[in-house]
Design a protein around this ligand. Structure first.
Ligand code: A3P
Length: 309
C-alpha cells in the first residue's frame, strides 16, 4: 500500500489543507462538474467495472447514503457490526470524485477493493462510463421530488466547503431550475435514467416511497439484487437505516469528513430526512413560479413524483 492509501480520510483531508476550497464548475459535455472531476474526466470515463459491481446513481441529495446503507446491510445479511467496518465513502466508493492530493480519488479507492463493489455516482445517464452497460451491471437509481431535493441541496452546498458558494436561497432556486449546480440539471438527470430504465434494467426508486414504506422498498432492492434474507433481517435493516439510527451512526452520518470539507455545524449531513420540508422554504410565489417552469421542463415524461406523502 502506498503512503496515500494508508491515510484515513480525515488525515488525508488535514494534509490537503490549504488546497481545499470551493472549487469552480467546469462543463463536461455540457454538464457542470467540480473542476477536480472535470480535469480528470478521461480517467473516469475510461473506468471499466466488473460485471458484479453495483451502481447506485442519484442526483445529489436524493437519498444516496440511505440506499448505500440498505444495500451494504443486504449484502451482509443485516449484520450491523460488519457495516460499521468503515465510513460510507470507504465501504462504497464514489466513482467520479477527485479532490486535491493526498485525498484518494474514487478510482484509487476502487483499485483497493475486490468486486462486487457498491459504487456511488451522481453522473447523469449519458456520462456513466459505458462499461457499466456493456457489462450489464445492476444499477439502482433513486429519485427525489424536485422541491425537497433542491432544499436539501441548498443546505448541503452551505456546509460542503468544496462546492460552489450557494449564495442566498432566492438566487439558488433559479440556479437549480437552470441546471447550473454541480452535476447539472435535476430535470435532465431524473429523465435520463427514467427513459432508459427498462432497456438497461435499472431499478428506479423514489425517496418518497422509501419514506412511506421502507420495508417494501428494502424488499424490492433485495429482489433486484437476487438476494434472499429472512423477514427478521429485513426488519432489522429497516430499523438500522431509519433516519434516527443513521444520524447517530458515525459510519453512516459523514462525521468522517472533517470540518474543512463538511462543516456540520452549518448544517448536519443527516439534516431532516423528510418529505415536504420544501413547504418551510418556498414562498407561495416561488412555489408557483417553480411549478410553472416544472410543467414545461417535465412535459415530455410522466414520472410519478410526489412532494408530500
Ligand atoms: P435532507 O437534507 O432533506 O435531510 P444523499 O445521501 O443523496 O446526499 O441525500 C441526503 C439526504 O437524504 C438528506 O436529506 C438526508 O437527511 C437524507 N437521508 C439520509 N439518510 C436518510 C434516512 N435513513 N432516511 C431518510 N432520509 C435520509
Amino acid at each position: 500500500m502506498s503512503e496515500e492509501e494508508e491515510l484515513s480520510y480525515s488525515e488525508a483531508i488535514e494534509k490537503a489543507g490549504a488546497s481545499i476550497s470551493r472549487f469552480p464548475l467546469i462543463p463536461v459535455r455540457g454538464v457542470p462538474l467540480m473542476s477536480y472531476i472535470a480535469n480528470n474526466w478521461d480517467s473516469i470515463w475510461a473506468f471499466r467495472p466488473d460485471p458484479s459491481d453495483l451502481l447506485i446513481a442519484t442526483y445529489p441529495k436524493a437519498g444516496t447514503t440511505w440506499t448505500q446503507e440498505i444495500v451494504d446491510l443486504l449484502f451482509h445479511n443485516g449484520d450491523a457490526e460488519a457495516c460499521k467496518r468503515a465510513p460510507t465513502p470507504v465501504r462504497s466508493p464514489f466513482l467520479e470524485i477527485f479532490s486535491p492530493p493526498p485525498i484518494p480519488s474514487g478510482l484509487d479507492h476502487m483499485k483497493t477493493m475486490d468486486p462486487p463493489r457498491i459504487i456511488k455516482t451522481h453522473l447523469p445517464f449519458q456520462l456513466v462510463p459505458t462499461g457499466f452497460w456493456e457489462n450489464k451491471c445492476k444499477v439502482i437509481y433513486v429519485a427525489r421530488n424536485a422541491k425537497d431535493n433542491l432544499v436539501s441541496y441548498f443546505y448541503f452546498d452551505c456546509m460542503n466547503l468544496t462546492q460552489p458558494e450557494p449564495g442566498p436561497w432566492e438566487g439558488y432556486l433559479p440556479k437549480f431550475m437552470r441546471g447550473e449546480l454541480s452535476w447539472g440539471s435535476w430535470y435532465d438527470h431524473v429523465k435520463g435514467y427514467w427513459m432508459e430504465r427498462e432497456k438497461k434494467n435499472i431499478l428506479y426508486l423514489f425517496y418518497e416511497d422509501m419514506k412511506e414504506n421502507p420495508r417494501r422498498e428494502v424488499e424490492r432492492i433485495m429482489r433486484y439484487l437476487d438476494l434472499s434474507v429472512s423477514e427478521e433481517v429485513i426488519s432489522r435493516i429497516v430499523e438500522l437505516t431509519s433516519f434516527k439510527n443513521m444520524k447517530e451512526n458515525p459510519m453512516a452520518n459523514y462525521s468522517c469528513i472533517p470540518k474543512p470539507v463538511f462543516d456540520q455545524s452549518i448544517s448536519p449531513f443527516m439534516r431532516k430526512g423528510e418529505v415536504g420540508d420544501w413547504r418551510n422554504h418556498f414562498t407561495p410565489q416561488q412555489s408557483e413560479m417553480f411549478d410553472q417552469d416544472y410543467e414545461k421542463q417535465m412535459k415530455d415524461v410522466n414520472i410519478p413524483f410526489r412532494d408530500n406523502i
